[in-house]
Design a protein around this ligand. Structure first.
Ligand SMILES: [Zn+2]
Length: 83
């Protein structure tokens, strides 16, 4: 999970650093948050999760129909969870 420039994860630091796709995905969220502002970013992310839940696609934390997750690129796991 990323809000602002803070990435919160339960993944060990060395494993996170080794997973370049995940690191790119999460840093993309930091850029999204900077561009949109934290409030709009959080609103859009929660909206995407809500839409995903309505359609039974609330997988992977953010949901398969969450445009914020797809725009962050591969590495967040959605490309396999949601296919
Ligand atoms: Zn993500």
């Amino acid at each position: 999970m990323t809000l602002g420039n803070v990435i919160v994860t339960d993944i060990a630091p060395e494993r996170f650093a080794a997973d370049k796709a995940l690191a790119h995905h999460e840093t993309s969220h930091a850029s999204q948050s900077a561009l949109l502002g934290n409030d709009l970013y959080a609103f859009e992310w929660l909206f995407g999760l809500g839409v995903s839940a309505v359609f039974g696609q609330a997988k992977g934390g953010g949901g398969c129909l969450n445009p914020i997750e797809w725009a962050a690129g591969p590495g967040g796991g959605y490309e396999t969870l949601c296919s």
